[in-house]
Design a protein around this ligand. Structure first.
Ligand code: GLN
Length: 493
């Protein structure tokens, strides 16, 4: 079991900046590890050997000339393959976009590059980020580095697996209903879903625009904070991005929190939880109490309605967003027989290009938006969404700086464990979707392990913060990390 704390972006960039190791050596090692693990993990859809190597050389040359470099200079990173990059393809793990080349870079990717980070590849995901297991990828599933027969979570499973397996110290994912936090928990790493509007969504292929946020995966809270500082900020290309001043989470995160209050709700202890999940929650409460944090009881009565509301709002938005993939404007184009019409072209291109889960979402979304059902489903879901936000507002008014809950009801499940039962897969998201519906920030971090003799699996815990108050939840997560050290354990792959 590795207890290595040097596999971090912070350490790596310091070593490179001090020229104790070169960016080229660092990036070559990351690519070699990615290559070696790919047959086991399948974390990547593409690796950029030549491009990444050339960029590493360029960083080394700049350092040799004494030029100033960015805060992530030479650090290898992995990017979820629903983030546009002008290099390589942007596939969304879909046959629909198998050959799509983006003409531009997502703002978050551009900011990483401007900070000197080197994108070594694009990571696997559930097709169009719809799923909780990274099994719904056109390119095949990703495995969990803790147990190759299990899923890494999803939809950002490739990014989580790459960081957990120590291929890259940091990676980006996207979180619409839990796709950063649930895989981070399944893989024993840190994952942050920022406040809606914190990070520009420009260049993130839209799933549900009112819920989507880009965020980091890392092996430490400090690395996640550093990455967030790099990717946050206003972007004229995304009118929903906030224009708050630049963040300084990385420097804030080491400051201990005094007089903090954490809210815990009865709903977090659902009888449907795996025993190890409930135990991790109790243990976390004990750790925080010992650290002098006040724990108060709060009520989140709408928790049980979150899944229903989410799968209406998210599918409605997805059905609209994915209309552009019709074989004419974007995406796979079916071959037509001479007597077939334009309508046939649309139908066949979409039937061939989209996998079954994406088709199910488009049908659900189209249904909930159709006249006659709009009020019963979509409008009702919007009312539930407002009430969920109301629950959290009330909890924050009670004085809590963050709310503690599991990141998922169980640890990583076996591949195929939920196949044929989409509802069981949707229920994975019970602790994550409300955060997106309410637009709040949240962080998942290592909270312990199962005692299963068959396989030791990590269990994640989650802190939900107030809007644009990521600093509190990150500092609280850092206090827990310092005290427990669960995140120092790495899987043997
Ligand atoms: N698992 C959720 C879904 O399938 C969340 C996905 C996400 O956050 N991208 O919709």
């Amino acid at each position: 079991m590795s207890t290595d704390r040097t596999f971090t972006a912070t350490h790596t960039r310091n070593e490179i900046a001090a020229r104790r190791v070169s960016a080229l050596e660092t990036v070559s090692a990351a690519l070699a590890r990615a290559d070696a693990l790919e047959p086991k993990l399948h974390a990547f859809t593409q690796l950029f050997h030549e491009h990444a190597t050339a960029q590493a050389r360029a960083i080394d040359a700049r350092l040799a000339r004494g030029e100033a470099v960015g805060p992530l200079a030479g650090v290898p990173v992995a990017l979820k393959d629903n983030l546009c990059l002008s290099h390589g393809q942007t596939t969304c793990a879909s046959k629909m976009l198998e050959n799509y080349r983006s003409p531009f870079d997502a703002t978050a990717a551009l900011k990483l590059s401007n900070a000197g980070a080197i994108i070594i590849g694009k990571t696997n995901l559930d097709e169009f980020a719809m799923g909780s297991s990274t099994e719904h990828s056109f390119f095949g599933p990703t495995s969990n580095p803790w147990d190759l027969s299990r899923v890494p979570g999803g939809s950002s499973g490739g990014s989580a697996a790459a960081v957990a397996a120590r291929v890259t110290p940091i990676a980006l994912g996207s979180d619409t209903g839990g796709s950063i936090r649930q895989p981070a928990g399944f893989c024993n790493i840190v994952g942050v879903k920022p406040t809606y509007g914190r990070v520009s969504r420009y260049g993130l292929v839209a799933f549900a625009s009112s819920l989507d946020q880009i965020g980091p995966f890392a092996t430490t809270v400090a690395d996640a904070a550093l990455t967030l500082d790099v990717i946050c900020g206003h972007d004229p290309c995304d009118s929903t991005s906030s224009d708050l001043p630049a963040t300084t989470f990385f420097t804030e995160v080491e400051t201990l929190v005094e007089d903090a209050t954490i809210g815990v709700s009865r709903e977090a202890f659902s009888s449907a939880n795996h025993p190890a999940v409930t135990k991790a929650l109790h243990d976390a409460i004990n750790v925080y109490t010992k650290l002098g944090v006040r724990i108060i009881e709060i009520d989140l009565p709408m928790t049980d309605y979150g899944i229903a509301a989410y799968y209406i709002v998210a599918t409605a938005e997805a059905a609209s967003n994915l209309a552009r993939f019709d074989g004419v404007r974007y995406g796979h184009r079916a071959a037509l027989a001479p007597n077939e019409t334009l309508h046939d072209l649309y139908c066949r291109s979409r039937a061939e290009g989209f996998g079954p889960e994406v088709q199910r979402r488009i049908m659900l979304g189209t249904h909930v938006l159709s006249s006659g059902y709009f009020d019963a489903y979509y409008n009702t879901a919007l009312k539930v969404r407002r009430k969920i936000k109301g629950d959290y507002d009330a909890a924050f008014r009670q004085g809590c700086h963050a709310v503690l809950m599991p990141s998922s009801p169980s640890p990583a499940f076996k591949r195929g464990g939920h196949s044929g039962d989409p509802l069981a897969m949707y229920l994975e998201d019970v602790y994550t979707v409300a955060v997106n519906l309410a637009g709040l920030p949240a962080v998942t971090f290592p909270g312990g392990f199962t005692e299963d003799p068959e396989a030791t699996l990590p269990v994640g815990v989650q802190l939900v913060g107030q809007p644009f108050e990521e600093s509190w939840m990150l500092r609280l997560a850092r206090m827990f990390e310092r005290e427990t050290q669960f995140g120092t354990r790495a899987p043997k792959v």
